[in-house]
Ligand binder design. Structure first.
Ligand code: FAD
Length: 447
């Protein structure tokens, strides 16, 4: 198993050329910095909304960071399960926040369909499986939350699991529709092509180094724009006043040799599913269009580590645990693995900021999941040129910058960023309860 991101291999037959770096000073109506799911969604929205001159830059290639490393599960579940959202926000708030991610999925799927993008979009139901007695309880809590909010689902007791998954070692599951698998890197590069056709100027391998007034400087050029939307990851202090609000969680992925038709039928007797289990550091798996198995996961020790782990040891442990559940796959070879650092905030909800003192500067930060990133990029773009958009204002309370956190950032110098984030993340997942709406926490003029 070699250290390599499989999705790059799948790019080789796409005819969309690399967009050369920026080497001059240019002007634009809107600049989007960062071309992951969020930045692409922002650029798409701007180009559809009649903004004439849109520029998009990325220090890598479009989709080259988390978006192009991801497992491509398009489900509203991200780090926060629906039952956890219900506990935290109550039924109405849980529905609001879940719907943000649902809108993100709908947006991505409609872009793929409207433009005929070839990015291996697979319609696959989600299957959340319980690993033990606690896992079965978790599955039932998800069921209750989905029932409360009126979402369709099927509960699958342990005895029926072999009808949908080739294992008799799970304690129960919840299955629900409206979810998809996608190749995130091909999606990003295909959206790049759509944007180019719309006249958006795109510069890859172009890093935003500094921001002064309306001008972003890069290594060999600059862009001066009326509105500037930062949809970047791993922000540095040099460019972002919000660096301390973002950290990351590490996860690993691996890809197998293609499965035979018999193996696929045994693994997914009722058709392919997007699966993840109830462990704290969960294992997740799905099938690609060419019948490769994508398995992901991690370990407690590596989740909050600062740097990418290049060794295969964590992934080998995940694969061993996976194969113990599916012994008939014991000889399946996994050919590549890669790590990824998923940006997140302290409470695992994204943050969107329109700077009160520089209202032309927007930040989309810490989106966990492609659907959330797509929703947030789209949201920021809609608000860059308009003040009243759809019914958005009710959503903003959940990701306003000044929402409360358990452990404040001023304790970071004492405790360290890793500990502050792991405590806050755990609190948000398992204990946090927000009482009432938080309109008072808006900074006037933000949105
Ligand atoms: C291994 C792995 C598996 C995952 N699996 C899933 C999954 O199955 N489903 C799911 O929904 N989510 C998954 N995620 C999470 C998901 O990929 C991210 O939450 C999502 O892609 C975030 O999108 P984004 O646009 O906010 O950030 P990114 O995709 O990270 O995009 C930010 C972009 O900004 C660019 N950038 C950064 N700094 C600068 C700068 N100074 N100048 C210019 N450009 C800059 C980067 O190069 C990057 O392209 C996974 C992530 C990983 C790592």
């Amino acid at each position: 198993m070699i250290l390599q991101d499989w999705w790059y291999t799948t790019l080789l037959d796409l005819p969309y050329p690399f967009q050369a770096p920026l080497c001059e000073a240019i002007k634009a109506d809107a600049l989007v910095v960062g071309a992951g799911a969020a930045g692409l969604a922002a650029a798409l929205r701007l180009s559809e909304s009649g903004v004439k001159d849109v520029v998009l830059i990325d220090r890598n290639i479009c989709g080259g960071s988390s978006t192009g490393r991801s497992a491509g599960f398009l489900t509203p579940d991200s780090e926060l399960e629906l039952s956890q959202l219900v506990r935290r926000y109550g039924a109405e708030g849980a529905k609001d926040t879940w719907e943000c991610a649902v809108r993100g999925i709908e947006r991505m799927v409609s872009v793929v369909k409207d433009h005929g993008l070839e990015c291996d979009l697979q319609i696959q139901d989600s299957l959340f499986v319980g690993n033990d007695a606690g896992g079965w309880k978790d599955a039932q809590e998800e069921l209750e939350a989905r029932r409360l909010l009126g979402y369709p689902q099927t509960i699958i007791p342990a005895s029926d699991i072999p009808k949908v998954l080739g294992s008799d070692q799970y304690t129960g599951a919840v299955r629900y529709p409206g979810t998809y698998g996608i190749n995130g890197l091909r999606y990003a590069q295909s959206v790049k092509n759509v944007l180019l056709q719309r006249g958006v100027r795109i510069y890859e391998a172009t890093t935003a180094l500094s921001l002064q007034d309306h001008t972003v400087r890069t290594h060999k050029g600059s862009i001066t724009a009326d509105q500037i939307l930062f949809c970047l990851d791993k922000p540095s202090k040099d460019i972002s006043p919000y660096e301390e609000d973002v950290y990351h969680a590490q996860t690993f992925l691996s890809i197998s040799e293609p499965l035979s038709d018999q193996e696929v039928a045994r693994l997914f007797p009722d058709g392919p599913l997007l699966c993840w289990d109830s462990d704290l550091v969960y294992t997740y798996w799905r099938l690609t269009g060419d019948q490769r198995l994508l398995v992901g996961g991690g370990s407690m020790m590596s989740t909050f580590s600062r740097n990418y782990r290049a060794k295969p040891d964590v992934m080998e442990g995940v694969i061993a645990r996976f194969k113990a559940k599916f012994p008939f796959l014991k000889n399946l070879s996994f050919i590549q693995f890669w790590p990824g650092l998923i940006d997140c905030t302290r409470d695992l909800m994204p943050t969107i900021v329109r700077e009160p003192d520089r209202p032309w500067v927007h930040w989309v930060l810490g989106c966990v999941g492609l659907p959330w990133a797509t929703f947030c990029g789209d949201f920021a773009a809609r608000h860059a040129f308009q003040s009243e958009c759809q019914d958005d204002h009710r959503f903003y309370q959940y990701f306003a910058h000044a929402r409360g956190f358990l452990v404040p950032t001023w304790l970071e110098p004492l405790m360290g960023k890793q500990l502050v984030f792991s405590l806050n993340n755990g609190w948000a997942k398992y204990f946090q309860v927000d009482k009432g709406k938080k309109a008072a926490r808006y900074t006037p003029g933000e949105f």
